[in-house]
Design a binder for this molecule. Sequence first.
Ligand code: OGA
Ligand code: MN
Length: 209
Amino acid sequence: MNSLFESIPFAENPLYENIIADILSKQYSIIDNFFTSEEVLALRQSLLYKYEEDTFKKSAIGNRTNEVIKKAIRGDIILWIDEDRANNAETMFFNKINDLKDYLNRTCFLGINQKEFHYAIYPEGTFYKRHLDTFQNDDRRKLSFVCYLNEENWKPENGGELVLYLEDVEKTIYPFPGKVVIFESQVLEHEVKPVNTPRLSITGWLKTR
Ligand code: OGA
Ligand code: MN
């Protein structure tokens, strides 16, 4: 008789193992080419198409924040992505996310059973001040995920660096296309520096109930 375990082969995934080791040792992980340039292109086209349809909203902080205060904290505009109505590019995106999520649950028993993702555009001159990704007494966000959809020729001078405030240093991350940054939502304060050229991304969270 076959054992149960023999019938469910489990292949270690070196990329995911690296991500897990990074997060365990330093609370974040950077993956330079999580998405291929073709995948980035498809996601960027999807973002721009929806932007032209005018469905993006100015982001909110909490729910009763006044517009002036909000603009002084963050200036991006966002659009939540509905997995149930995903287009081809978004389906590819969620397939990759779900694969990673399932691996994390299987190997680290994280118990992630919810997720939320949105497109984000930072127009010229906007930023997002230093913050934690836990709002309104909501501690369900466990892992933050950012993926950059900028053009191939993105340059450091374009601004919009993500800065992670680690215990003793600041880690500066340039938003090059295809790069993914994953970090612990409840512990790592971070900031998006002012942008000189419109900056495109998808941001999201893996959550527990
Ligand atoms: C956020 C955020 C970081 C980035 O949307 O909460 O911190 O690099 N984004 O876009
Ligand atoms: Mn954030």
